[in-house]
Design a protein. Structure first.
Length: 135
């Protein structure tokens, strides 16, 4: 599912994935080895897509946790710093966790290299997705 919205100061593009990756019995939340593996895969995907578009992944840092219905973290996020081909910086976040026995992955990027994604908006969007999925 792709969702385009104005989040904070950025014209952001969010893509939400809900999947099992062929796994069952996944523990809820963001702390399992399976989620850690999905986070590592996402970092490699972000780098590959950035290079494919002529951009450069400058680094990866930790982002906010997305809190679920129980008040505990449901998704773990990473922030990706990407230099666009035109020299601007693109904010990009990726969040992964298990909700309802399935992986939930959110990728959120600013559509404008000069704008940044507001972390509060990322939190609100991510929490809305988690809540809609019952987490």
């Amino acid at each position: 599912v792709e969702y385009r919205a104005r989040l904070g100061t950025a014209n952001a593009v969010a893509t939400v994935y809900v999947y099992t990756a062929g796994q069952s019995g996944l523990p809820e939340g963001p702390d399992s080895p399976a989620v850690q593996a999905q986070m590592q895969n996402m970092g490699r995907e972000v780098d590959a897509v950035a290079r494919q578009r002529g951009n450069t992944l400058l680094g990866e840092g930790s982002g906010p946790a997305i809190i679920g219905r129980t008040g505990r973290p449901a998704l773990r996020c990473a922030q990706y710093m990407i230099r666009a081909a035109n020299g601007g910086q693109v904010d990009s976040y990726g969040c992964v966790g298990v909700v309802g026995g399935r992986f939930v992955k959110i990728r959120l990027s600013s559509g404008n290299p000069s704008a940044q994604v507001n972390q509060a908006a990322l939190n609100a969007f991510g929490r809305g997705i988690v809540m809609a999925l019952g987490g």
